[in-house]
Design a protein around this ligand. Structure first.
Ligand code: HEM
Ligand code: HEM
Length: 170
């Protein structure tokens, strides 16, 4: 019987890109929401967009493109590698499902009008704010998995287990 394959740890560069792009995307979206909901100036005709809203959305749209690129990368590597593993599955699939919905609703924000646009905006805003919970759950599970794995004694004949985030020198 073939030995179970340990997932290949992400390279440092990819991990940093995933955390960095994820953090920028979330922070730019939340900053826009806070300005939009709390700090819009008003005049006699009603609320006006806060001057930073447009800049934040330009940054958010740009980071969103990088996020879609990274999702494709993770889909071809990380997700396929972890596909059959029971560990981390609920948080991983929840995170992936949320990301797919965010991409779809982000697209809809550009190309729909009327009630579809309003619905896509509502789902995108609140799912975007809540996705941090799935991301933190995935991260916490990884931390818990990482500890015993790096301390576990080696079974005879099994390959050496690398501490999280370190890679064997050639
Ligand atoms: C892969 C993930 C994501 C993609 C591809 C994405 C993409 C987009 C795009 C294309 C827009 C429209 C930009 C514009 O109108 O100029 C947008 C708007 C927005 N995004 Fe995201 N986004 C993602 C994740 C997030 C997250 C995590 C948040 C966190 C709160 C978020 C919050 C927002 C908000 C508040 C808006 C403005 C919504 C509106 O105009 O009603 N997004 N996003
Ligand atoms: C948007 C989707 C996803 C993102 C952004 C993501 C992100 C990450 C990150 C950054 C790590 C830490 C990697 C490391 O330190 O080497 C990780 C680990 C892990 N993820 Fe995901 N993940 C996603 C989807 C999934 C899915 C769908 C699954 C399961 C089917 C999964 C299962 C795992 C497992 C098992 C680990 C620990 C790997 C190990 O033990 O080395 N992930 N994930």
């Amino acid at each position: 019987m073939a030995a179970a394959r340990l997932p290949v740890p992400m390279s440092r560069g990819l991990r940093a890109a995933v955390y960095g792009v994820g953090a920028l995307l979330w922070a730019s979206g939340i900053a826009w929401l806070v300005l939009h909901l709390r700090f819009e100036p008003r005049n006699e005709f009603g609320a006006l967009p806060h001057p930073w809203e447009a800049i934040l959305m330009r940054a958010h749209g740009l980071v969103g493109v990088a996020a879609v690129f990274l999702l494709g990368w993770l889909g071809a590597g990380h997700v396929l590698e972890c596909w059959r593993r029971s560990r981390n599955r609920p948080s991983g699939w929840t995170l992936l499902g949320c990301a797919a919905l965010l991409v779809l609703t982000g697209y809809a924000l550009y190309y729909t009008t009327g009630p579809f646009h309003a619905g896509a905006g509502w789902v995108h805003e609140w799912l975007g704010a809540a996705v941090i919970i799935a991301a933190l759950a995935h991260w916490l599970r990884i931390r818990r998995i990482g500890e015993p794995r790096s301390r576990a004694p080696r079974e005879s004949g099994s390959p050496p287990v690398q501490p999280r985030g370190r890679h064997m020198e050639p």
